[in-house]
Design a protein around this ligand. Structure first.
Ligand code: NAD
Length: 484
């Protein structure tokens, strides 16, 4: 049990255990070894988390923003100082290579805390003059927010939700994915060490039923979910019952369009990052790579060459570039999609099977060409290192086809013609777009989806809208003029 935390939950300032909850076994995806056993939150743990959060939020909401910010800034310093050990834990929890976790996961979480610590004290209302009388507005916290995480970026997701919530005066109860429950506990521990009052960031473990119990509690004002579209539908509907605020960060099947005037090596690099980084387990991945016919064969041969050089292996080895998938279930799902792609007639360019390692949930980085719009590989989210390459002739056609999906999370365009880049992006139905780049999500920019990929935005100033509400105050300056 090399990653066993002190206890399963972190509630009201300390670790809490209740072994009556069903077991959650945490497995290191590179070996299949069990590294921790946690327990689902029982009704008693859930109640303690909710009542503690509701009580603590009252004083926190009334705390001066710079004081809240100071605490979050201290947490940022602690995270950065401990980046290495936190990243190793993240690697054990997810199987992602330390080469990634040390630069992408906690570092991005720290950026979010730093950004919102800086931003929160600048959030003010406005005064609306009415020629004597006036209206002023107050941006108030929402109250108790629930965060529910996916397993692909567990610690980053916890930070991305905690940072705007806490900096703007809310409390948060966070339920990590049952597949990767460890990182969020560390965040809770660090926030308390940094001076966050008890109860403001509680972590409870569990599967969907624990999430459901949190979402429907009358004390909860807002729910922010990162997960799949089917889960999003359920959580959104449950939150609607109580007219709660929601942020939904859901799945995608994003297009990455490569025009024949593009810098092909950069486009291939972006397509590889946007399909193989984190073993392909990224919501915004460009999993439909549309390549214009003139450069197709060059694109495919260089892609195969560069993919063959990717180093698969033990994620704790700093030289490893590609780790395993997160779980046995995910492995089976991804292998299933590879079989379907072959059966439906896609042309295998590289990979296409399990990787020849003795243990763990490894698959080969895989690319299929000649994928057509109706193939399963072009329609469903695989969440593994499986790139689908589609051909196209012209701009108008590719825009129509890129938009022909229920998803709308992200999109990318590679072209030397910047006017075309902007023109195409303007017509793509996606919440987050890149021109001559892919999958970069700095905290300064809004992130989120349209259509079935979600509602609301994380990061940036846009998140302020989703963690506060506006109170409008009319001030009468003279006598009341009544007709009766
Ligand atoms: P999932 O939908 O299976 O689970 C997400 C979370 O929801 C988990 O914590 C789970 O326990 C919880 N949950 C499940 N049912 C619930 C219910 N009825 N009520 C409340 N909570 C419930 O997703 P996953 O497999 O953990 O993650 C992969 C998915 O997440 C992919 O579809 C991916 O695209 C998406 N994702 C989206 C983003 C984004 O920002 N848009 C980021 C990462 C992952």
């Amino acid at each position: 049990m090399r990653a066993q935390p002190k206890a399963s939950h972190f509630v009201n300032g300390d670790y809490v255990e209740d072994t009556a909850g069903a077991a959650i076994e945490v497995v290191y995806p590179a070996t299949g070894e069990m590294i921790a056993v946690l327990h689902e939150a029982t009704p008693a743990v859930i109640e303690a988390a909710l009542s503690g959060a509701a009580a603590a939020q009252k004083a926190w909401g009334a705390t001066r923003p710079v004081e809240r910010a100071r605490i979050l800034r201290r947490a940022v310093d602690l995270i950065r100082a401990r980046n290495e050990e936190l990243s190793v834990l993240e690697t054990l929890d997810t199987g992602k290579p330390v080469q990634e976790t040390t630069v992408a996961d906690w570092p991005s979480g720290a950026d979010a805390l730093e950004y919102f610590a800086g931003l929160a004290p600048t959030v003010t209302g406005e005064t609306v003059p009415l020629g004597g009388d006036f209206v002023y507005t107050i941006r108030e916290p929402l109250g108790v927010c629930v965060g529910i995480g996916a397993w692909n970026y567990p610690s980053q997701i916890a930070c991305w939700k905690a940072a705007p919530a806490l900096s703007l005066g809310n409390a948060m109860i966070f339920k990590p994915s049952e597949v990767t429950p460890l990182g969020a506990l560390k965040l809770a521990e660090i926030l308390v060490e940094a001076g966050l009052p008890a109860g403001l960031f509680n972590v409870v473990q569990g599967r969907g039923t624990v999430g459901g119990a949190l979402v429907t509690d009358r004390r909860v004002a807002k729910v922010s979910l990162t997960g799949s579209v089917p889960t999003g539908r359920k959580v959104y509907a449950a939150a609607a019952e109580g007219i709660r605020h929601v942020t939904m960060e859901l799945g995608g099947k994003s297009p990455l369009i490569v025009f024949d005037d593009a810098d092909v090596e950069s486009a291939i690099g972006a397509a590889m990052l946007g399909n193989f980084y984190s073993t392909g387990q990224i919501c915004s991945n460009g999993t439909r790579v549309f390549v214009q016919k003139g450069i197709k064969e060059r694109f495919l041969s260089r892609l195969a060459e560069r993919t063959a050089a990717i180093r698969l292996g033990e994620p704790l080895d700093p030289e490893t570039q590609l780790g395993p998938l997160v779980s046995e279930a995910q492995l089976q799902k991804v292998l299933g999609y590879m079989q379907i792609a072959k059966a439906e007639g896609a042309r295998l360019i590289c990979g296409g099977d399990r990787a020849a390692l003795n243990t763990g949930f490894y698959v080969q980085p895989t690319a299929f060409a000649d994928v057509t719009d109706d193939m399963t590989l072009a329609r469903e989210e695989v969440f593994g290192p499986v790139m689908a390459i589609l051909d196209f002739e012209n701009e108008e056609e590719v825009i129509t086809r890129a938009n022909d999906t229920e998803f709308g999370l992200a999109a990318g365009v590679f072209t030397a013609d910047l006017a075309r880049g902007h023109r195409v992006v303007a017509q793509l139905q996606a919440g987050t777009c890149w021109i001559n780049a892919y999958n970069l999500t700095p905290v300064e920019g809004p992130f989120g989806g349209v259509k079935s990929s979600g509602v609301g935005r994380e990061n940036s100033r846009a998140a302020v809208e989703h963690y506060t509400q506006v109170k409008s105050v009319y001030v009468g300056m003279g006598p009341v003029d009544a007709p009766y």
